[in-house]
Design a protein. Structure first.
Length: 378
């Protein structure tokens, strides 16, 4: 266990402090260090826990006496009896934490407004949609089937065909309790246990939903896949999720987009990449070749002397940009195919070709082949 600070020091009071002084100091410090007042600040949270622990011990006369005598090393047995939670001096810490602040939210008159727990919102639904690269590029209208929980149409989500207003909560679905605590009045709001938060008590259970008030159904939904969308992106359809309690909003529907891999075009952000294989003869002599694009094949000129690994850039033939104007580029990576099976005649032709060629055949007269190779890797 890490070295624990002195409880009096934590609360900023003297060892002779009265109960009222301890209480006053705790209230003041707890207010400024409460986690809800310092969201995400773990130091404040630790400090708040430390404060509450110190207060728990010093506000209990027996526990305070034991602490004054033994300090933090309270022995099990006699001396520890005064601590709430028996032998463990800090076992009751969580209880006091929750008693004061009720599930970490402030109670009415102590710090401010209470957190209302009315009918709860429906949960979110999720569905996957697979689109082709072309659909991702230009957008598409798709119909998707979504399994969602809806309020039963027969009983309007109540769960019964005959029901009466809940006498406990008068139809509100939640109940407020006001309690006196050492820190003042505490107000908590909880779902009504009589009606389970529905606000109505059921007399005749609905057959359609067997009393749950909800039915699960498959809903067909048309949606627009926006142009330029990428795999893994999610579209949110507000209110398209599962039904909530009667009177509460439904959840949202998230549509996760999965873009199918294309056989010819690989996506690289807003650019597209196509690997093109041409014969070594076409690479040497130059050729007109067909390059697949999103709009269909496009004829492109490959220059004579094109090297393996060369890149041809087709400006503006890439992916449309999501929520921006313009398009990326289509980059064509050139692969040069070398023959793997030659007939006797072809072999002879190549041998004749080879016998007539020298270094200048490959370097085009400007620098040696190795100089140019160095240029590629520089
Ligand atoms: Zn029903
Ligand atoms: Zn009720």
């Amino acid at each position: 266990m890490a070295t624990k600070r002195d409880y009096y020091e934590i609360l900023g009071v003297s060892r002779e402090a009265s109960d009222a002084e301890i209480k006053k100091s705790y209230r003041r410090l707890a207010r400024s260090h409460h986690p809800d007042a310092n969201p995400g600040d773990h130091e404040a949270e630790d400090r708040f826990k430390e404060l509450t622990e110190a207060y728990e011990v010093l506000s209990n006369p027996e526990a305070r006496r034991a602490y004054d005598t033994y300090g933090h090393q309270v022995p099990r047995g006699a001396g520890a009896a005064g601590y709430p939670g028996g032998g463990d001096p800090f076992g009751g810490f969580q209880d006091i934490f929750e008693a004061f602040f009720g599930d970490r939210s402030f109670g009415g008159s102590f710090f401010g407004a209470s957190t209302a727990q009315g009918p709860s919102r429906g949960s979110d639904a999720e569905v996957d949609v697979e689109v082709s690269l072309r659909e991702a590029a230009f957008g598409a209208d798709r119909e998707v089937n979504v399994q969602v929980v809806r309020n039963c149409g027969v009983c309007d989500g109540v769960g019964g065909t005959e029901s009466h207003v809940c006498p406990t909560c008068s139809g509100a679905g939640s109940v407020r309790t006001v309690r006196e605590s050492i820190l003042g009045q505490m107000v908590t709001t909880q779902a009504c246990s009589t009606c389970g938060g529905r606000g109505r008590v059921i007399d005749v259970v609905c057959d359609n939903c067997r009393g749950s008030g909800k039915i699960s159904e498959v809903e067909a939904r048309r949606l627009r896949v926006p142009e330029g969308i990428e795999s893994g992106m999610r579209l949110r359809i507000s209110g398209g999720g599962h039904a909530g309690d009667p009177g509460a909003a439904p959840g949202d529907l998230y549509v996760r987009i999965n873009v199918k891999e294309d056989q010819e075009l690989m996506r690289d952000g807003e650019d597209l990449i196509h690997r093109m294989r041409i014969s070594f003869v076409d690479a040497a002599l130059g050729a007109e070749v067909d390059v697949p694009t999103l709009e269909g094949p496009k004829q492109v000129r490959v220059d004579a002397g094109t090297q393996p690994g060369a890149t041809l850039t087709l400006r503006g033939d890439g992916m449309p940009r999501l929520r921006r104007r313009g398009r990326g580029d289509l980059k064509v990576l050139v692969d040069v195919m070398v023959p793997t099976r030659l007939t006797a005649e072809q072999r002879e032709l190549l041998e004749r070709f080879e016998s007539t060629s020298g270094e200048e055949t490959y370097n085009g007269g400007g620098g040696s082949f190795f100089d140019r190779l160095r240029g590629v890797f520089r």
